[in-house]
Structure formats: C-alpha cells, structure tokens
Design a protein around this ligand. Structure first.
Ligand code: PLP
Length: 556
C-alpha cells in the first residue's frame, strides 16, 4: 500500500498531503488512465463511487439494458459501504445529507418516476442502428430526436471535421471574452434569415434559451403577466418561474380559456403568450394563428417554441409557422409581411434535434435580441458553443433550407407507421404531426413493453412516464426517421403486436369502452388531418404512403 501511494504521489506530486477525499475526487478523472492511482484508492477502500457507472452498465443476462435494476439494488448503489467511509466526527445534530439523498430517491421509486437510462450508442455509419453496452450488439433506434439523421450527415460531419482542424475543440470563453467567432455570428445570421426576423442569438441549448429569455423578459417588463399553455415544456415553465412574473396557465390549445385569462388582467400591462408549435409528447400542434389573433386583440407578444418543428416543417424547414403559409413562403425568400411567421414576435428553436448537433436560439426584432444579449445571465455568463458546433449547425440549417426530401421521407414513414398501427387497433394518441405516441396507460407496463422491445426484438423505444406525461397516460413515444426502412417498420409493428397480446395491453376499442384516454377512443374526437398534406408530400394520385426501401435513398 505504502509503495503504491509513493508511486501515485510521484506521478501526482500535488497529492502528497492529500486526504482520501482529495484522492477520491481526482479518481474519476484520472483513474482510467492511471492504474497506480486507481489501485491505491481501492487499496485504501475508497470506492471511486460512480453512481452512473453501474446504472449505465448492462446486466450479464440483458446485454442492452441498464434498467433491470431493482429498487434494492439502487439503494445499495447509492449508499457508500460502511467499511469504506472515512471516520469523520460530525457535530451532533448535523444534517444527514446522504440519508436525504436516499429519501429523495426512494420517493422516485415509490411513484415510479425514477429514471433509467439505457446505454445506446447510435452508429453514424449504420443509422438508425446503435450498439448497446455490448459493442457487437445492434438495436434499431425508434425514439431519437435526431429526426432527420442530420447528426450523421456527411455534409455536416465534413464541416465539423474541417472546423475542428482549423479552430480546435473549444470556444475559449463566453461570447464577451474570447468566444465570439465568425461562425457564431454567421450561424445567427442564418437563423435570423430562416425565421425572416432581424436577428437571432445562439445559446448552449434551447432549454437555456427559453429559461434565459422568459426569465429576463418577465423580470424586466414592468408588471408583466405570462400566459402559458398547460403542456409547455419544463424550460418555459422554469423561465417563467425564475422571472417571478405573474403566470396564468391556459388549458392546452383552449382558446376560450386563453381569452378569458387575457380579459382578466389590466389591458395596459405587458403580456407574453408562451406556447409551442409541436408538443413533443402528444404530437399536437399549437393554434398559432388563433393565438396571434388574441395577442393582437389584447396587446400581448407571442413567444413560440418551435423546437420539435425546425428543420421538419415548412418549405425551408423554419417550422410550423412557416408551413401554415406554405405557398407564400415557398415562392419568395423575402419577409412576408402579415404572414403567420411574421406575426410571431419571438421564435425559439434547437440545433440539437432535426439539425442533429446541439445548441438553442431565439429569433426576433433587433432590439429584442440585443436586449436579451445584454441582460440574460444564461447567455452572458457561460462559455459559448464551440466553433465546430456552430459550423455543423449552420451547415445543417443551410442544407435543410434547400433540401425538403428528408422531411418528406420522415412524414411518409410516419404516415405508414400510423396507418399500420391503426389497422391493428394499437392505440396512437391522435395528432397531425411526426410524433407517434403509442398509449400504454400504466407506468410499469410501459417500462415492461420498452424493456421487451429491447431485449426480445432489438428495438429501442424509451417509455415515457410521469412526470413527463400524466399518470395513466404513459406511452411509448416513437419517432420514425427517413432512415427507417419498410423492413424495420414491419419488425416494429410485429413486435408491438406480440407485446400487446402477451401483456394484455389495451387496444383502441378497450379505451373507447371506458370513455377514452389522452384522445384515444374518445367518442367526440374528429378526424385529424396530418399537417403535411398529400400535395406537399407529392402523394396526389397515390393511394398508400410508402416507406423507403431497405437501403435509404436519402443523400444524408
Ligand atoms: C418543447 C421543448 N423546448 C425546449 C427544449 C430544450 O431544447 P434543447 O434540447 O435544445 O435544450 C425541449 C427539449 O426536448 C423541448 O421539448
């Protein structure tokens, strides 16, 4: 032991007088490269105690899933073994932090909201396949938000490779210090042009963009009231909460309720209506035009999150607001005064889903963007995205402005899957978008179905449980891509059919018999037309949607 420690401190002189805790804290970063250090630590019985390490590992019997961990296992995982804890006298009555953490986790297990992460490594050259913890195993990923496969697009990857050679790995600072490069600026110009606004501003993610923008606006606008759709994403909810502005929540897509709430506040106070275009867990679409009308009537500004729509809708991929005025926007590259896109005051979007990279942004008037740039801590006090990310994202945005084939194929594959599941009475939450939420309606069964897809069929679809969706509305959220072939669709449909049968899961007719759930089997539900119509998909005169053949012909 002594000699080991001598060896370690020779390699790491700064650790000479270090405590066990110090050794432990460096262990995670260097232990993998330093055998002596790792051995010394383990000889001292200080476990380099990575909770994630075990949570992400596969069990021997299940090469794919990290998730087959019982609640007892997890408890054990989070409790440092008694024998290894350094004996430190604590003042009597001192707060027991570890017990607190364990209690919090226990609550998550009890309400079934504990999250299990699977080890899924999407392989660029085999998209949409991934390997699991077992490098040689292959699963087909059916739940990625890399909706169009742009994360493995040769044009994006080539750009990122050459940018990293030129500018290195990191940005070098905040935008204010040394992290404001030509690529950041040109990405913002590209995004402003996408939404036909004066300016855009890039953040490290759209979570940060939403949080920073709403909290700054809500704080700065005097007496501001924020109206928020009840299904809004956590990033908007947090932004509104951080602003401490008065908040009024309207029922999802309920315009009468929104109007009542707008009428209930002082006509002169500043108001923001915050909503989404595509709601990612239900696939429903926000009532953009109606909300613009109400905003005009009551002197509010509109804040539209197009995170799940950018790259996916509209002739140039600007989102649903652009899609709704298809002809007008397709025929000109100029700002279309009075169009729906023009009427939205603030757009937010992500570079991490259909654009395949990472980052988020806002777009709007020059003064609005400059104000957020000048005041939002979430923009100012953080390292900017690396130039390689800015370059890759810009390439993806530019590419998808020009090419509509990826979004068209994605929509065709979505239609195919929805129609196959409808034929089998497997319940899909009705919606007009690219999301295929398959209703299970029970947390344990939903997880079981997801596990069975992975272990028995090599298909990865994460289950979506509370709190992401309400209790009783648990679902498998499936996202077809242009890379999913007809053969893959067949396999998925067969797997779901068998899983539904094996586990006695409810069909549409069963939901209908109990009055319906989450829009499935509801008697009053109207037929929903997909937002991409037949003409836009080039389907006029063709009866059935077709999936791509075994080899995807998309030039990604
Ligand atoms: C509606 C919505 N807004 C914002 C975000 C955050 O985007 P990002 O992943 O870029 O942080 C998400 C993430 O899934 C989202 O669903």
């Amino acid at each position: 032991m002594e000699s080991l420690l001598r060896q370690v401190t020779k390699s790491y002189p700064s650790l000479k007088n270090s405590s066990l805790n110090a050794l432990r804290s460096v262990s995670n970063s260097v232990a993998s490269q330093s055998r002596p250090l790792a051995k010394a630590i383990s000889a001292k019985h200080v476990a380099p105690f990575s909770t994630t390490a075990r949570a992400y590992q596969s069990t021997p019997t299940n090469p794919h899933s990290a998730s087959v961990i019982s609640s007892n296992d997890t408890k054990d995982m989070f409790q440092a073994p008694q024998s290894v804890a350094p004996v430190v006298e604590k003042p009597s009555g001192a707060f027991d932090y570890e017990s607190f953490y364990v209690d919090q986790l226990e609550k998550k297990h009890k309400d079934k909201s504990y999250r299990y992460f699977n080890n899924i490594n999407r392989i660029a050259k085999e998209y949409p396949k991934a390997h699991t913890a077992d490098f040689d195993a292959r699963v087909t990923v059916w739940c990625s938000n890399d909706y169009l496969g742009m994360s493995r697009s040769p044009v994006v990857m080539e750009n990122m490779k050459s940018t990293i050679d030129m500018y290195g790995a990191g940005a070098g600072g905040t935008r204010n210090i040394a992290g404001n490069a030509a690529l950041h600026l040109s990405l913002e110009t590209e995004l402003a042009d996408l939404h036909r606004k004066d300016s855009a501003l890039v953040f490290s993610s759209c979570y940060v963009a939403n949080d920073a923008t709403l909290s700054t606006l809500g704080t700065k606008l005097p007496g501001c009231v924020i109206f928020s759709d009840s299904l809004n994403h956590a990033s908007m909810i947090e932004g509104i909460r951080h602003s401490k502005a008065q908040k009024k929540i309207f029922r999802h897509n309920d315009m009468e309720h929104l109007e009542q709430l707008l009428q209930s506040v002082d006509p002169d106070c500043p108001k923001i209506i915050a909503f989404e275009s595509v709601y990612s867990m239900s696939g429903t679409i926000g009532k953009i035009e109606e909300i613009c009308d109400l905003a005009d009537k009551y002197g509010a500004i509109t804040f539209l999150d197009e995170v799940h729509a950018v790259g996916m809708y509209g002739p140039r991929g600007a989102g649903v607001a652009e899609h709704l005025d298809w002809e007008r926007n397709a025929s000109s590259n100029e700002r279309q005064i009075g169009s729906i896109m023009d009427r939205i005051d603030i757009f937010t979007g992500t570079l991490g889903k259909a654009y395949g990279v990472v980052g988020g942004y806002i777009a709007g008037s020059a003064n609005f963007v400059d104000m957020i740039r000048s005041y939002a801590p979430g923009f100012i006090f953080t390292t900017s995205i690396p130039p390689t990310v800015a370059g890759g994202a810009k390439t993806a945005v530019q590419y998808l402005k020009e090419s509509g084939e990826e979004r068209r194929m994605q929509q065709l594959n979505t239609r195919l899957l929805k129609s196959r599941l409808a034929q089998l009475d497997i319940p899909v939450v009705p919606n007009p978008s690219h999301i295929v939420p398959v209703l299970v309606g029970d947390a344990e069964l939903c997880k079981k179905a997801s596990d069975q897809l992975l272990t028995d069929y090599d298909i990865y679809v994460q289950c979506i449980n509370y709190p992401t969706v309400p209790v009783g509305e648990e679902r498998l959220r499936i996202t077809p891509t242009p890379g999913h072939t007809e053969v893959m669709t067949d396999k998925l449909v067969t797997a779901l059919t068998e899983i539904w049968e094996k586990n006695g899961l409810k069909y549409v007719k069963d939901w209908a018999a109990t009055g319906g759930r989450a829009g499935v089997g509801c008697l009053d539900s109207k037929k929903i037309e997909p937002i991409w119509n037949d003409a836009q998909l080039g389907l006029t005169g063709i009866e059935q949607p077709v999936a791509s053949t075994e080899t995807s012909n998309i030039a990604l």
